[in-house]
Design a protein around this ligand. Sequence first.
Ligand SMILES: *[C@@H]1O[C@H](CO)[C@@H](O)[C@H](O)[C@H]1NC(C)=O
Ligand SMILES: *[C@@H]1O[C@H](CO)[C@@H](O)[C@H](O)[C@H]1NC(C)=O
Ligand SMILES: *[C@@H]1O[C@H](CO)[C@@H](O)[C@H](O)[C@H]1NC(C)=O
Ligand SMILES: *[C@@H]1O[C@H](CO)[C@@H](O)[C@H](O)[C@H]1NC(C)=O
Ligand SMILES: *[C@@H]1O[C@H](CO)[C@@H](O)[C@H](O)[C@H]1NC(C)=O
Ligand SMILES: *[C@@H]1O[C@H](CO)[C@@H](O)[C@H](O)[C@H]1NC(C)=O
Ligand SMILES: *[C@@H]1O[C@H](CO)[C@@H](O)[C@H](O)[C@H]1NC(C)=O
Ligand SMILES: *[C@@H]1O[C@H](CO)[C@@H](O)[C@H](O)[C@H]1NC(C)=O
Ligand SMILES: *[C@@H]1O[C@H](CO)[C@@H](O)[C@H](O)[C@H]1NC(C)=O
Length: 225
Amino acid sequence: MGAFTLLLLAAASVTQAHFGIDYPAMRANTLGSSRNSSYSQWLQPCAGVPGNLTDRPITPWPLEGGSLKLELHHKWTYIFINLGLGPDVGNFNYTLTNPFWNSTGNGTLCVPKLALPADLPIMDGSQASLQVVTVGDSGNALYNCADIVFSVNATALEGDACTNSTGMTLAPVVNMADAPADEPANNTNGTDTPNTGAGAVNGVNTMGLSSMMALAMTFALGMSL
Ligand SMILES: *[C@@H]1O[C@H](CO)[C@@H](O)[C@H](O)[C@H]1NC(C)=O
Ligand SMILES: *[C@@H]1O[C@H](CO)[C@@H](O)[C@H](O)[C@H]1NC(C)=O
Ligand SMILES: *[C@@H]1O[C@H](CO)[C@@H](O)[C@H](O)[C@H]1NC(C)=O
Ligand SMILES: *[C@@H]1O[C@H](CO)[C@@H](O)[C@H](O)[C@H]1NC(C)=O
Ligand SMILES: *[C@@H]1O[C@H](CO)[C@@H](O)[C@H](O)[C@H]1NC(C)=O
Ligand SMILES: *[C@@H]1O[C@H](CO)[C@@H](O)[C@H](O)[C@H]1NC(C)=O
Ligand SMILES: *[C@@H]1O[C@H](CO)[C@@H](O)[C@H](O)[C@H]1NC(C)=O
Ligand SMILES: *[C@@H]1O[C@H](CO)[C@@H](O)[C@H](O)[C@H]1NC(C)=O
Ligand SMILES: *[C@@H]1O[C@H](CO)[C@@H](O)[C@H](O)[C@H]1NC(C)=O
């Protein structure tokens, strides 16, 4: 009885530390104790689930980008979404999250429409796979993949099919390397700051970053999502 409870608790905590892709359907169950024991979300690129698995679900997805619905179990997590082309993807070389996201809240996160790169060489019937990578503050990454086929008849999820749990948020993470190029890169001497006045360097940096952040937000929320 005690041991069984412990086992249940262990299984629950393992499940909680991982994430699921609700839509498009995950290539295989990689969560919890009912998964194939050779699958582990710690393994890249796709949790150890082979890309040529015979009975994997392949979800029709719009050519202009479709929905993504995740089950997240952490207070917050960084999210990277990549795409690879072909029926058995070995190379997820298109990123759909530039900058990557910081998602806060546990539960369901549904993005109605993921934007695709403009030059993506796809047509009706092109097969592809999505790779979702979540990274916590320790830097450890979890992986899951979902297989899609681009279809002119596919539509994005709408209404009740795509809702967020209460409190889910998403913010693109803009890193320092993306700050405006005209910032003085060597201007690190606090005492030796030219012309802009005391504190101005920090001010400029902050303004640069926050306007980049605002731009990125506008881009991601207004155009991409
Ligand atoms: C578990 O996964 C491996 C690798 O895909 C596969 O060879 C094996 O048949 C699977 N086992 C079951 C029970 O599905
Ligand atoms: C899937 O790919 C693996 C590794 O490339 C290969 O060993 C295996 O035979 C393939 N299975 C099928 C069903 O094609
Ligand atoms: C991505 O990889 C595929 C297959 O390996 C290749 O055909 C394609 O040109 C690559 N695209 C980019 C942008 O690197
Ligand atoms: C991501 O969100 C968490 C929780 O809101 C926060 O603690 C963390 O600093 C954020 N990371 C970045 C890079 O903004
Ligand atoms: C989210 O986390 C809270 C606090 O840990 C928990 O009570 C709640 O059940 C979780 N919700 C979901 C959907 O996982
Ligand atoms: C899309 O839908 C139309 C009308 O139902 C059908 O004729 C066509 O075959 C479908 N195309 C694909 C690729 O499924
Ligand atoms: C869910 O939340 C994210 C982040 O706030 C947002 O981008 C997305 O549009 C929301 N989904 C729905 C269906 O409102
Ligand atoms: C920064 O310092 C390095 C080494 O002193 C120098 O080579 C580089 O040109 C400087 N960059 C700028 C933007 O001043
Ligand atoms: C930074 O301070 C050092 C020592 O005071 C000085 O030699 C150096 O030129 C300063 N660098 C810049 C970029 O102002």
